[in-house]
Design a protein around this ligand. Structure first.
Ligand code: FAD
Length: 427
């Protein structure tokens, strides 16, 4: 049987569930197609404080408290010592959201998808969108269930929230590797990882090592998510498997080695290759890309889910505008694009420099002068869409970074040479 709706949403991750719930709330008929069946594993477990107002608006805050670990901040450490520097969200320039949550994404995504269904979205799981005809009006999409059932859906508008599958971006040849950044990761869930004490127990911990950095994210039931993020070349030069390289790097990173001394892997280790990309277009006449379906840079500031959900809120506004005021469609599209780019830009400045010795020094030796530390914490909280005036402080921070780089030029040069060498060895 053919389906028809106002809006077809491809993908039931945080972006897809959010945009479809908000569009259903506005009275549109929405079909969301998800290729898997929730709950399913997904990486991306650490949320940001500014994500909470969105979750509140979706009406899931109470349910979230049952599945999450309270995260009051992030701590950073170098690889030669276990001492760490804490960035507490309550010190942000606008500290009205002083905490966030760490979640198992299987539970979090299921919660959001279930909520979408409760709010009137027609959710079709275990069904993949396999083809699309965007030039037709209405748009027609082909879908295929895991049981082999093939169907067509017609829709006035399509929102692509297919995550790193980048469904439309691939089909329309819009996807580009990020020229300024490349990253890969190996990660798993562990028991018996030592946690921080007291109020810091739920914080995310970040440890630098020469070729990248580790995350430690405390989850419920004594489980900790541990991941190693590095240049893709570093993974390729392994002499054993990914697990060997992971444990080798752990043993060379003192703070992580101490915390993982008695750790036991739960389930399997997973790896992902270079995941930094963006699309050359974000919208078209009858479609729009949201969340990872448009771009993903790097997990370091735990911004992915927040950018996806904030983008989804903006997308719902844009789609409503496009469908109800077709004469102003271009204006709605451009506004959406500007908003999404603003969030990405704020994080990317830090991401591109994160492994530079100068930025590492500034993070490990934060200054309270000119409220620089508070401004950086505001970024770490996700306050990047202009709600709070942090740009003067961030400009000063950038200036300080450039001056600091002059003092670190030898180390910066050595750092780049090390990365080039890894790349050269594997190419
Ligand atoms: C190593 C790593 C660590 C990360 N850590 C963090 C973190 O700590 N915090 C954070 O906020 N972010 C993190 N992220 C980023 C985060 O995972 C993503 O940014 C986030 O999941 C994006 O949400 P989304 O809804 O756009 O896409 P997704 O969550 O990927 O959802 C896309 C959905 O679309 C479905 N789909 C795909 N193709 C089709 C199709 N053709 N038909 C139907 N369904 C389809 C998929 O099954 C999936 O359910 C991390 C990313 C990586 C790579």
């Amino acid at each position: 049987m053919a389906l028809s709706c106002d809006v077809l949403v491809i993908g039931g991750g945080p972006a897809g569930s959010t945009v479809s719930t908000l569009l259903a709330d506005r009275g549109f008929s929405v079909v969301l197609v998800e290729k898997d069946r929730h709950p399913r594993f997904h990486i991306g477990e650490s949320l940001l404080p500014r994500n909470l107002p969105i979750l509140r608006r979706l009406g899931v805050e109470e349910r979230l408290r049952h599945i999450g670990v309270t995260k009051r901040g992030a701590d950073f450490s170098g690889n030669a010592t276990e001492s760490h520097v804490v960035y507490d969200f309550s010190e942000a320039m606008a500290p009205d959201e002083p905490s966030a949550f760490q979640v198992r994404r299987a539970e979090f995504d299921e919660m959001l998808l279930h909520n979408a269904s409760e709010r009137g979205v027609q959710v079709v799981q275990e069904t993949r969108v396999t083809g699309i005809e965007l030039d037709a009006d209405p748009v027609t999409a082909s879908i295929l269930g895991t049981d082999g059932t093939a169907r067509q859906i017609s829709a006035r508008f399509v929102v692509d929230a297919s995550g790193r599958d980048t469904f439309l971006s691939q089909r329309l040849d819009l996807k580009q590797r990020n020229k300024r950044h490349k990253s890969a990761a190996v990660f798993g869930h562990f028991s018996n990882v030592v946690r921080r004490e007291g109020e810091e127990a739920g914080n995310i911990s970040i440890y630098w090592f020469d070729q990248g950095w580790f995350w430690l994210i405390p989850l419920q039931d004594g489980c900790t998510s541990v991941g190693m993020v590095c240049d893709p070349g570093y993974l390729k030069q392994r002499d054993g498997d990914l697990q060997n390289l992971f444990w080798q790097t752990v043993s060379n990173t003192q703070g992580v080695a101490q915390r993982l001394e008695n750790a036991q892997l739960l389930g399997e280790m997973r790896g992902t290759g270079n995941f930094s990309y963006q699309s050359t277009e974000m919208t078209g006449d009858r479609f729009l890309l949201v969340g990872d379906a448009y771009a993903f840079i790097d997990p370091v500031f735990s911004s992915g889910v927040y950018l996806a959900m904030q983008g989804a809120e903006y997308a719902a506004e844009a789609v409503e505008g496009i469908l109800t005021q077709p004469q102003a469609a271009l204006r709605h599209r451009r506004r959406y694009e500007r908003r999404v780019r603003k969030g990405l830009r704020a994080f990317s400045w830090f991401i591109y420099r994160f492994t530079d010795p100068a930025l590492r020094y500034l993070f490990l030796n934060p200054t309270r002068r000119f409220q620089l530390r508070r401004a950086v914490i505001s970024v770490l909280s996700g306050d990047v869409y202009g709600r709070t005036r942090i740009w003067p402080q961030l400009l000063v921070f950038r200036l300080v970074y450039h001056v600091t780089s002059l003092f670190f030029w030898r180390q910066q040069k050595a750092h780049r040479a090390r990365l080039d060498k890894v790349e050269h060895t594997v190419s």
